[in-house]
Design a protein around this ligand. Structure first.
Ligand code: G6P
Length: 477
Protein backbone atom coordinates (compact mmCIF):
# COMPACT_ATOMS: atom_id res chain seq x y z
CA UNK A 1 0.00 0.00 0.00
CA UNK A 2 1.24 3.46 -0.83
CA UNK A 3 0.82 6.67 1.06
CA UNK A 4 -2.52 8.29 1.87
CA UNK A 5 -3.70 11.36 -0.02
CA UNK A 6 -0.96 13.96 -0.25
CA UNK A 7 -1.68 17.52 0.79
CA UNK A 8 -4.13 19.30 -1.44
CA UNK A 9 -2.54 21.38 -4.16
CA UNK A 10 -5.46 22.68 -6.21
CA UNK A 11 -3.21 24.38 -8.77
CA UNK A 12 -1.73 21.11 -9.93
CA UNK A 13 -4.67 19.52 -11.70
CA UNK A 14 -5.27 22.53 -13.94
CA UNK A 15 -1.69 22.50 -15.18
CA UNK A 16 -1.61 18.83 -16.07
CA UNK A 17 -3.95 17.63 -18.83
CA UNK A 18 -5.99 14.59 -17.82
CA UNK A 19 -4.36 11.34 -18.71
CA UNK A 20 -6.75 8.59 -17.57
CA UNK A 21 -8.20 6.63 -20.46
CA UNK A 22 -10.78 4.94 -18.27
CA UNK A 23 -12.41 6.83 -15.43
CA UNK A 24 -14.71 5.16 -12.93
CA UNK A 25 -16.94 7.64 -11.11
CA UNK A 26 -18.79 6.32 -8.06
CA UNK A 27 -20.00 7.88 -4.83
CA UNK A 28 -17.48 5.82 -2.88
CA UNK A 29 -13.81 5.15 -3.46
CA UNK A 30 -13.01 1.43 -3.21
CA UNK A 31 -10.95 2.00 -0.03
CA UNK A 32 -11.56 2.34 3.69
CA UNK A 33 -9.64 4.62 5.99
CA UNK A 34 -7.81 2.60 8.64
CA UNK A 35 -5.41 3.43 11.44
CA UNK A 36 -1.87 2.15 10.80
CA UNK A 37 0.16 0.54 13.63
CA UNK A 38 1.98 3.86 14.17
CA UNK A 39 -1.36 5.59 14.72
CA UNK A 40 -1.46 7.46 11.40
CA UNK A 41 -4.48 7.28 9.10
CA UNK A 42 -4.04 5.33 5.91
CA UNK A 43 -6.13 3.55 3.26
CA UNK A 44 -6.93 -0.09 2.71
CA UNK A 45 -8.69 -1.48 -0.33
CA UNK A 46 -12.25 -2.45 0.50
CA UNK A 47 -13.28 -5.86 -0.81
CA UNK A 48 -15.75 -5.61 -3.63
CA UNK A 49 -16.67 -7.27 -6.88
CA UNK A 50 -16.80 -3.97 -8.74
CA UNK A 51 -13.19 -3.03 -8.06
CA UNK A 52 -11.83 -6.52 -8.68
CA UNK A 53 -13.73 -6.69 -11.98
CA UNK A 54 -12.45 -3.33 -13.11
CA UNK A 55 -8.90 -3.62 -11.82
CA UNK A 56 -7.35 -5.36 -14.88
CA UNK A 57 -8.92 -2.94 -17.35
CA UNK A 58 -8.06 0.03 -15.13
CA UNK A 59 -4.42 -1.02 -15.07
CA UNK A 60 -4.21 -1.54 -18.82
CA UNK A 61 -5.96 1.79 -19.56
CA UNK A 62 -4.30 4.17 -17.11
CA UNK A 63 -7.49 4.07 -15.13
CA UNK A 64 -8.57 6.39 -12.34
CA UNK A 65 -11.39 6.04 -9.82
CA UNK A 66 -13.14 9.18 -8.57
CA UNK A 67 -15.16 9.02 -5.37
CA UNK A 68 -15.77 10.05 -1.79
CA UNK A 69 -13.45 8.45 0.81
CA UNK A 70 -16.43 8.07 3.16
CA UNK A 71 -15.35 10.46 5.90
CA UNK A 72 -16.46 14.02 6.58
CA UNK A 73 -13.95 16.66 5.55
CA UNK A 74 -14.18 20.39 5.06
CA UNK A 75 -10.76 20.43 3.32
CA UNK A 76 -10.46 21.02 -0.43
CA UNK A 77 -10.17 17.77 -2.42
CA UNK A 78 -6.76 16.13 -2.10
CA UNK A 79 -4.57 15.15 -5.04
CA UNK A 80 -4.94 11.75 -6.66
CA UNK A 81 -3.19 9.00 -4.68
CA UNK A 82 -2.41 5.36 -5.23
CA UNK A 83 -3.47 2.28 -3.29
CA UNK A 84 -2.23 -1.09 -4.54
CA UNK A 85 -1.40 0.50 -7.89
CA UNK A 86 -4.89 1.94 -8.42
CA UNK A 87 -5.16 5.70 -8.97
CA UNK A 88 -7.80 7.15 -6.68
CA UNK A 89 -9.13 10.68 -6.95
CA UNK A 90 -10.84 11.87 -3.76
CA UNK A 91 -13.88 14.13 -3.61
CA UNK A 92 -14.29 15.44 -0.08
CA UNK A 93 -17.76 15.99 1.32
CA UNK A 94 -18.30 18.45 4.16
CA UNK A 95 -20.99 18.11 6.82
CA UNK A 96 -23.62 20.04 4.85
CA UNK A 97 -22.93 18.00 1.68
CA UNK A 98 -23.18 14.73 3.57
CA UNK A 99 -26.48 15.85 5.05
CA UNK A 100 -28.06 17.21 1.88
CA UNK A 101 -26.54 15.08 -0.88
CA UNK A 102 -25.75 11.72 0.77
CA UNK A 103 -28.12 11.25 3.70
CA UNK A 104 -30.74 13.56 2.22
CA UNK A 105 -31.45 13.38 -1.49
CA UNK A 106 -29.58 10.12 -2.21
CA UNK A 107 -30.76 8.10 0.77
CA UNK A 108 -33.82 9.95 2.03
CA UNK A 109 -35.41 10.66 -1.37
CA UNK A 110 -34.07 8.46 -4.18
CA UNK A 111 -33.34 5.26 -2.25
CA UNK A 112 -36.87 4.74 -0.88
CA UNK A 113 -38.52 6.02 -4.08
CA UNK A 114 -36.53 3.67 -6.32
CA UNK A 115 -37.28 0.76 -3.97
CA UNK A 116 -41.03 0.96 -4.50
CA UNK A 117 -41.73 3.30 -1.55
CA UNK A 118 -40.83 0.61 1.00
CA UNK A 119 -40.24 3.69 3.18
CA UNK A 120 -41.67 7.14 2.53
CA UNK A 121 -39.38 9.35 0.47
CA UNK A 122 -39.01 12.96 1.52
CA UNK A 123 -38.84 15.74 -1.01
CA UNK A 124 -36.81 18.77 0.10
CA UNK A 125 -35.58 21.50 -2.18
CA UNK A 126 -32.40 22.03 -0.13
CA UNK A 127 -31.52 18.34 -0.54
CA UNK A 128 -32.00 18.63 -4.30
CA UNK A 129 -29.75 21.70 -4.41
CA UNK A 130 -27.01 19.83 -2.55
CA UNK A 131 -27.41 16.88 -4.95
CA UNK A 132 -26.97 19.19 -7.97
CA UNK A 133 -23.91 20.86 -6.46
CA UNK A 134 -22.15 17.65 -5.48
CA UNK A 135 -22.92 16.04 -8.87
CA UNK A 136 -21.39 19.14 -10.49
CA UNK A 137 -18.24 18.72 -8.38
CA UNK A 138 -17.92 15.10 -9.52
CA UNK A 139 -18.40 16.16 -13.16
CA UNK A 140 -15.78 18.93 -12.96
CA UNK A 141 -13.26 16.59 -11.36
CA UNK A 142 -13.92 13.92 -13.99
CA UNK A 143 -13.46 16.46 -16.77
CA UNK A 144 -10.04 17.29 -15.30
CA UNK A 145 -8.88 13.70 -14.95
CA UNK A 146 -10.07 12.17 -18.25
CA UNK A 147 -7.70 11.98 -21.24
CA UNK A 148 -8.96 13.11 -24.66
CA UNK A 149 -11.61 10.67 -25.98
CA UNK A 150 -11.45 8.65 -22.75
CA UNK A 151 -14.17 6.30 -21.55
CA UNK A 152 -15.98 7.33 -18.38
CA UNK A 153 -18.22 4.98 -16.45
CA UNK A 154 -20.50 6.64 -13.88
CA UNK A 155 -22.14 4.49 -11.19
CA UNK A 156 -25.40 4.55 -9.31
CA UNK A 157 -28.25 6.70 -8.07
CA UNK A 158 -26.09 9.21 -6.21
CA UNK A 159 -24.65 10.54 -9.48
CA UNK A 160 -27.45 10.61 -12.04
CA UNK A 161 -26.77 14.18 -13.14
CA UNK A 162 -23.08 13.59 -13.82
CA UNK A 163 -23.41 12.21 -17.39
CA UNK A 164 -25.05 15.37 -18.81
CA UNK A 165 -22.92 17.75 -16.74
CA UNK A 166 -19.81 15.96 -17.95
CA UNK A 167 -20.87 15.92 -21.59
CA UNK A 168 -21.33 19.68 -21.39
CA UNK A 169 -17.73 20.04 -20.17
CA UNK A 170 -16.17 17.29 -22.31
CA UNK A 171 -18.14 16.35 -25.45
CA UNK A 172 -15.23 14.18 -26.64
CA UNK A 173 -15.79 11.49 -23.97
CA UNK A 174 -17.57 8.14 -24.21
CA UNK A 175 -19.88 8.16 -21.21
CA UNK A 176 -21.59 5.14 -19.70
CA UNK A 177 -23.87 5.02 -16.66
CA UNK A 178 -24.94 2.01 -14.62
CA UNK A 179 -27.72 2.02 -12.02
CA UNK A 180 -27.06 -0.60 -9.34
CA UNK A 181 -30.48 -0.28 -7.68
CA UNK A 182 -33.91 -0.87 -9.23
CA UNK A 183 -35.32 1.75 -11.57
CA UNK A 184 -38.87 2.42 -10.37
CA UNK A 185 -42.18 2.07 -12.21
CA UNK A 186 -43.02 5.18 -14.23
CA UNK A 187 -45.86 6.21 -11.88
CA UNK A 188 -43.53 6.32 -8.87
CA UNK A 189 -40.74 8.11 -10.71
CA UNK A 190 -43.36 10.65 -11.78
CA UNK A 191 -43.72 11.81 -8.16
CA UNK A 192 -40.27 13.39 -8.24
CA UNK A 193 -40.43 17.17 -8.57
CA UNK A 194 -37.09 16.95 -10.44
CA UNK A 195 -37.99 13.99 -12.66
CA UNK A 196 -37.16 15.76 -15.90
CA UNK A 197 -33.75 16.97 -14.71
CA UNK A 198 -32.82 13.44 -13.61
CA UNK A 199 -33.84 11.94 -16.96
CA UNK A 200 -31.89 14.61 -18.81
CA UNK A 201 -28.90 13.98 -16.55
CA UNK A 202 -28.87 10.29 -17.47
CA UNK A 203 -29.33 11.06 -21.17
CA UNK A 204 -25.87 12.60 -21.16
CA UNK A 205 -24.62 9.00 -21.29
CA UNK A 206 -24.20 7.06 -24.53
CA UNK A 207 -25.25 3.91 -22.71
CA UNK A 208 -27.49 3.72 -19.63
CA UNK A 209 -27.32 0.31 -17.96
CA UNK A 210 -29.86 -1.26 -15.61
CA UNK A 211 -29.98 -4.54 -13.69
CA UNK A 212 -33.13 -5.72 -15.47
CA UNK A 213 -34.69 -5.05 -18.85
CA UNK A 214 -37.81 -3.70 -17.08
CA UNK A 215 -35.70 -0.81 -15.76
CA UNK A 216 -34.46 0.03 -19.25
CA UNK A 217 -38.04 -0.01 -20.60
CA UNK A 218 -39.34 2.21 -17.79
CA UNK A 219 -36.55 4.68 -18.41
CA UNK A 220 -37.18 4.92 -22.15
CA UNK A 221 -40.93 5.24 -21.62
CA UNK A 222 -40.36 8.08 -19.17
CA UNK A 223 -37.99 9.85 -21.53
CA UNK A 224 -40.65 9.75 -24.23
CA UNK A 225 -43.43 10.87 -21.86
CA UNK A 226 -41.66 13.48 -19.80
CA UNK A 227 -38.87 14.82 -22.03
CA UNK A 228 -40.58 14.22 -25.37
CA UNK A 229 -37.60 12.80 -27.26
CA UNK A 230 -38.14 10.36 -30.10
CA UNK A 231 -37.46 6.79 -29.03
CA UNK A 232 -37.04 3.63 -31.03
CA UNK A 233 -36.91 0.38 -29.08
CA UNK A 234 -34.43 1.10 -26.31
CA UNK A 235 -32.71 3.95 -28.18
CA UNK A 236 -33.37 7.62 -27.54
CA UNK A 237 -32.74 10.06 -30.40
CA UNK A 238 -31.59 13.38 -28.99
CA UNK A 239 -32.11 16.72 -30.74
CA UNK A 240 -28.35 17.12 -31.35
CA UNK A 241 -28.27 13.88 -33.37
CA UNK A 242 -26.76 11.79 -30.60
CA UNK A 243 -28.30 8.44 -29.67
CA UNK A 244 -28.43 7.28 -26.07
CA UNK A 245 -29.17 3.59 -25.53
CA UNK A 246 -30.66 1.81 -22.51
CA UNK A 247 -30.05 -1.88 -21.80
CA UNK A 248 -29.90 -4.46 -19.02
CA UNK A 249 -26.58 -5.74 -17.62
CA UNK A 250 -27.29 -7.86 -14.52
CA UNK A 251 -24.30 -7.44 -12.20
CA UNK A 252 -22.50 -10.37 -10.62
CA UNK A 253 -19.68 -11.23 -8.22
CA UNK A 254 -16.07 -12.39 -8.47
CA UNK A 255 -17.06 -16.07 -8.56
CA UNK A 256 -13.45 -17.34 -8.62
CA UNK A 257 -12.53 -15.35 -5.51
CA UNK A 258 -15.46 -16.77 -3.51
CA UNK A 259 -14.81 -20.25 -4.81
CA UNK A 260 -11.17 -19.96 -3.69
CA UNK A 261 -12.27 -18.82 -0.23
CA UNK A 262 -14.71 -21.72 0.03
CA UNK A 263 -11.90 -24.14 -0.83
CA UNK A 264 -9.36 -22.71 1.57
CA UNK A 265 -8.59 -24.86 4.63
CA UNK A 266 -8.81 -21.91 7.02
CA UNK A 267 -12.33 -21.00 5.84
CA UNK A 268 -13.43 -24.64 5.99
CA UNK A 269 -12.05 -24.91 9.54
CA UNK A 270 -13.73 -21.66 10.53
CA UNK A 271 -17.09 -22.90 9.18
CA UNK A 272 -16.79 -26.02 11.36
CA UNK A 273 -15.88 -23.82 14.32
CA UNK A 274 -18.98 -21.68 13.74
CA UNK A 275 -21.22 -24.75 13.84
CA UNK A 276 -19.62 -25.91 17.06
CA UNK A 277 -20.01 -22.45 18.57
CA UNK A 278 -23.69 -22.54 17.62
CA UNK A 279 -24.05 -25.77 19.63
CA UNK A 280 -23.75 -28.24 16.72
CA UNK A 281 -27.30 -27.76 15.51
CA UNK A 282 -28.85 -30.04 12.92
CA UNK A 283 -29.75 -27.02 10.87
CA UNK A 284 -28.38 -23.53 10.37
CA UNK A 285 -30.42 -20.89 8.55
CA UNK A 286 -28.64 -17.69 7.59
CA UNK A 287 -29.49 -14.14 6.63
CA UNK A 288 -26.81 -11.56 5.79
CA UNK A 289 -27.87 -8.03 4.90
CA UNK A 290 -26.99 -4.40 5.26
CA UNK A 291 -29.38 -3.23 7.97
CA UNK A 292 -31.73 -1.64 5.46
CA UNK A 293 -35.54 -1.48 5.41
CA UNK A 294 -35.57 -2.79 1.83
CA UNK A 295 -34.05 -6.11 2.90
CA UNK A 296 -37.12 -7.63 4.53
CA UNK A 297 -35.30 -8.68 7.71
CA UNK A 298 -38.35 -8.09 9.88
CA UNK A 299 -40.88 -10.29 8.01
CA UNK A 300 -38.21 -13.00 7.56
CA UNK A 301 -37.60 -13.24 11.30
CA UNK A 302 -41.32 -13.18 12.00
CA UNK A 303 -41.89 -16.04 9.56
CA UNK A 304 -39.13 -18.04 11.23
CA UNK A 305 -40.43 -17.33 14.74
CA UNK A 306 -43.90 -18.55 13.78
CA UNK A 307 -42.41 -21.77 12.45
CA UNK A 308 -40.66 -22.22 15.79
CA UNK A 309 -43.75 -21.38 17.81
CA UNK A 310 -45.79 -23.87 15.77
CA UNK A 311 -43.27 -26.60 16.54
CA UNK A 312 -41.85 -27.09 13.02
CA UNK A 313 -38.38 -26.38 14.42
CA UNK A 314 -36.83 -26.72 17.81
CA UNK A 315 -34.27 -24.22 19.13
CA UNK A 316 -32.11 -27.05 20.44
CA UNK A 317 -31.38 -28.33 16.95
CA UNK A 318 -32.04 -25.39 14.64
CA UNK A 319 -30.71 -21.85 14.72
CA UNK A 320 -31.21 -18.78 12.58
CA UNK A 321 -28.07 -16.63 12.23
CA UNK A 322 -28.90 -13.09 11.18
CA UNK A 323 -26.01 -10.77 10.35
CA UNK A 324 -27.06 -7.14 9.96
CA UNK A 325 -24.29 -4.87 8.74
CA UNK A 326 -24.54 -1.34 10.16
CA UNK A 327 -25.50 1.13 7.43
CA UNK A 328 -26.45 4.83 7.02
CA UNK A 329 -26.89 5.10 10.76
CA UNK A 330 -27.53 8.82 10.78
CA UNK A 331 -30.60 8.52 8.55
CA UNK A 332 -33.74 8.41 10.73
CA UNK A 333 -35.46 5.52 8.96
CA UNK A 334 -32.39 3.35 9.51
CA UNK A 335 -32.37 4.19 13.22
CA UNK A 336 -36.04 3.29 13.50
CA UNK A 337 -35.43 0.02 11.66
CA UNK A 338 -32.63 -0.90 14.00
CA UNK A 339 -34.89 -0.35 17.01
CA UNK A 340 -37.63 -2.47 15.40
CA UNK A 341 -35.29 -5.36 14.59
CA UNK A 342 -33.61 -5.20 18.03
CA UNK A 343 -37.02 -5.38 19.69
CA UNK A 344 -38.24 -8.23 17.50
CA UNK A 345 -35.09 -10.32 18.05
CA UNK A 346 -35.31 -9.66 21.79
CA UNK A 347 -38.93 -10.73 21.88
CA UNK A 348 -38.38 -13.89 19.81
CA UNK A 349 -35.38 -14.96 21.89
CA UNK A 350 -37.19 -14.11 25.11
CA UNK A 351 -40.30 -16.08 24.14
CA UNK A 352 -38.77 -19.02 22.31
CA UNK A 353 -35.10 -19.34 23.25
CA UNK A 354 -33.68 -21.63 25.91
CA UNK A 355 -30.54 -21.41 28.03
CA UNK A 356 -27.65 -21.95 25.63
CA UNK A 357 -30.03 -22.10 22.63
CA UNK A 358 -31.22 -18.74 21.37
CA UNK A 359 -33.74 -18.87 18.55
CA UNK A 360 -31.86 -16.22 16.61
CA UNK A 361 -28.13 -15.49 16.77
CA UNK A 362 -28.19 -11.81 15.88
CA UNK A 363 -24.99 -9.98 14.94
CA UNK A 364 -25.05 -6.24 14.27
CA UNK A 365 -21.64 -6.12 12.71
CA UNK A 366 -19.73 -6.25 9.45
CA UNK A 367 -17.32 -9.05 8.63
CA UNK A 368 -14.42 -9.52 6.23
CA UNK A 369 -14.96 -11.68 3.17
CA UNK A 370 -13.34 -14.84 4.60
CA UNK A 371 -15.70 -14.78 7.60
CA UNK A 372 -18.66 -14.30 5.25
CA UNK A 373 -17.48 -17.29 3.22
CA UNK A 374 -17.23 -19.38 6.42
CA UNK A 375 -20.80 -18.39 7.31
CA UNK A 376 -21.99 -19.38 3.82
CA UNK A 377 -20.28 -22.75 4.24
CA UNK A 378 -21.79 -23.23 7.68
CA UNK A 379 -25.36 -22.50 6.55
CA UNK A 380 -27.75 -25.16 5.28
CA UNK A 381 -30.35 -22.64 4.19
CA UNK A 382 -29.71 -19.07 3.04
CA UNK A 383 -32.74 -16.82 3.42
CA UNK A 384 -32.72 -13.68 1.23
CA UNK A 385 -36.06 -11.90 1.35
CA UNK A 386 -35.81 -8.24 0.28
CA UNK A 387 -38.99 -6.32 -0.45
CA UNK A 388 -37.10 -4.89 -3.41
CA UNK A 389 -33.44 -5.23 -4.39
CA UNK A 390 -31.53 -4.23 -7.53
CA UNK A 391 -29.70 -7.57 -7.63
CA UNK A 392 -28.63 -8.98 -4.21
CA UNK A 393 -25.07 -10.19 -4.33
CA UNK A 394 -25.31 -12.13 -1.06
CA UNK A 395 -27.49 -14.68 -2.87
CA UNK A 396 -24.80 -15.03 -5.55
CA UNK A 397 -22.01 -15.29 -2.99
CA UNK A 398 -23.81 -18.12 -1.18
CA UNK A 399 -24.25 -20.06 -4.41
CA UNK A 400 -20.60 -19.47 -5.40
CA UNK A 401 -19.45 -20.95 -2.06
CA UNK A 402 -21.53 -24.14 -2.22
CA UNK A 403 -18.91 -26.21 -4.00
CA UNK A 404 -20.55 -29.50 -3.02
CA UNK A 405 -23.93 -28.40 -4.49
CA UNK A 406 -25.51 -28.80 -1.08
CA UNK A 407 -27.50 -26.03 0.57
CA UNK A 408 -30.73 -24.27 -0.34
CA UNK A 409 -31.49 -20.69 -1.29
CA UNK A 410 -34.79 -19.08 -0.32
CA UNK A 411 -35.00 -15.95 -2.46
CA UNK A 412 -37.43 -13.08 -2.79
CA UNK A 413 -38.97 -12.77 -6.21
CA UNK A 414 -38.41 -9.01 -5.87
CA UNK A 415 -34.62 -9.31 -5.89
CA UNK A 416 -32.98 -8.83 -9.29
CA UNK A 417 -31.21 -12.16 -8.75
CA UNK A 418 -34.58 -13.96 -8.95
CA UNK A 419 -34.59 -13.45 -12.72
CA UNK A 420 -31.42 -15.55 -12.95
CA UNK A 421 -31.87 -17.96 -10.03
CA UNK A 422 -35.09 -19.62 -11.13
CA UNK A 423 -34.16 -22.74 -9.17
CA UNK A 424 -34.19 -20.98 -5.80
CA UNK A 425 -37.20 -21.41 -3.52
CA UNK A 426 -38.79 -18.12 -4.52
CA UNK A 427 -40.99 -16.19 -2.10
CA UNK A 428 -43.10 -13.06 -1.84
CA UNK A 429 -41.73 -11.31 1.28
CA UNK A 430 -45.11 -9.65 1.92
CA UNK A 431 -46.69 -13.09 2.30
CA UNK A 432 -45.60 -14.45 5.69
CA UNK A 433 -47.46 -17.76 5.23
CA UNK A 434 -45.90 -18.22 1.80
CA UNK A 435 -42.47 -17.53 3.26
CA UNK A 436 -43.05 -20.06 6.03
CA UNK A 437 -44.06 -22.68 3.49
CA UNK A 438 -40.99 -21.98 1.32
CA UNK A 439 -38.57 -22.16 4.26
CA UNK A 440 -40.14 -25.46 5.36
CA UNK A 441 -40.03 -26.82 1.82
CA UNK A 442 -36.36 -25.87 1.47
CA UNK A 443 -35.46 -27.43 4.84
CA UNK A 444 -37.36 -30.63 4.09
CA UNK A 445 -36.26 -31.02 0.47
CA UNK A 446 -34.37 -34.22 -0.33
CA UNK A 447 -30.62 -33.85 -0.94
CA UNK A 448 -30.98 -34.76 -4.63
CA UNK A 449 -33.41 -31.92 -5.19
CA UNK A 450 -31.17 -29.39 -3.44
CA UNK A 451 -28.21 -30.60 -5.46
CA UNK A 452 -30.10 -30.35 -8.75
CA UNK A 453 -31.21 -26.78 -7.99
CA UNK A 454 -27.85 -25.65 -6.66
CA UNK A 455 -25.92 -27.17 -9.58
CA UNK A 456 -28.10 -25.31 -12.06
CA UNK A 457 -27.56 -21.98 -10.28
CA UNK A 458 -23.82 -22.61 -10.04
CA UNK A 459 -23.62 -23.37 -13.75
CA UNK A 460 -25.35 -20.11 -14.52
CA UNK A 461 -23.07 -18.17 -12.18
CA UNK A 462 -19.93 -19.61 -13.74
CA UNK A 463 -20.84 -18.25 -17.15
CA UNK A 464 -21.84 -14.89 -15.70
CA UNK A 465 -19.34 -13.46 -13.26
CA UNK A 466 -18.53 -9.82 -12.63
CA UNK A 467 -15.70 -9.59 -15.15
CA UNK A 468 -18.10 -10.82 -17.82
CA UNK A 469 -20.54 -8.11 -16.66
CA UNK A 470 -17.92 -5.33 -16.83
CA UNK A 471 -16.60 -6.54 -20.18
CA UNK A 472 -20.05 -6.66 -21.76
CA UNK A 473 -20.94 -3.17 -20.52
CA UNK A 474 -17.68 -1.68 -21.77
CA UNK A 475 -17.95 -3.52 -25.08
CA UNK A 476 -21.48 -2.19 -25.59
CA UNK A 477 -20.26 1.30 -24.73
C1 G6P B 1 -25.96 -0.14 -2.35
C2 G6P B 1 -25.76 0.94 -3.40
C3 G6P B 1 -24.32 1.43 -3.43
C4 G6P B 1 -23.87 1.77 -2.03
C5 G6P B 1 -24.05 0.60 -1.09
C6 G6P B 1 -23.64 0.90 0.36
O1 G6P B 1 -25.36 -1.31 -2.79
O2 G6P B 1 -26.18 0.50 -4.67
O3 G6P B 1 -24.21 2.56 -4.27
O4 G6P B 1 -22.52 2.20 -2.03
O5 G6P B 1 -25.42 0.23 -1.10
O6 G6P B 1 -24.29 2.03 0.82
P1 G6P B 1 -23.51 3.31 1.33
O7 G6P B 1 -24.56 4.34 1.54
O8 G6P B 1 -22.84 2.90 2.58
O9 G6P B 1 -22.52 3.70 0.26
Amino acid sequence: MNAGPPHPDPARVEDVPGHANLVIVANRLPVDQVTAPDGSLTWRRSPGGLVSALEPVMRSHDGAWIGWPGVESAEPDGDPFQVDGLTLVPINLNAAEIEGFYEGFSNGTLWPLYHDLVAKPEFHREWWEAYVEVNQRFAVKTAEVAAPDATVWVHDYQLQLVPAMLRELRPDLQIGFFLHIPFPPTELFGQLPWRRQLLEGLLGADLVGFQLSGGAHNFVRLVKQRVGHHTEGNSVHLPDGRVSRAAAFPISIDVGAFQALAESPSVIARAAEIRVALGNPKQVLLGIDRLDYTKGIYPRLRAYSELLAEGHFNVTDTVFVQVATPSRERVEQYRLLRDDVDRLVGRINGDLGQIGSPAIAYLHSSYPQHEMAALYLAADIMVVTPYRDGMNLVAKEYVACRLDNDGALVLSEFAGAAAEFRQAWQVNPYDIDGMKAAILAAVQSPPEERARRMAAMRRYLHGNDVSHWAASFLAAL
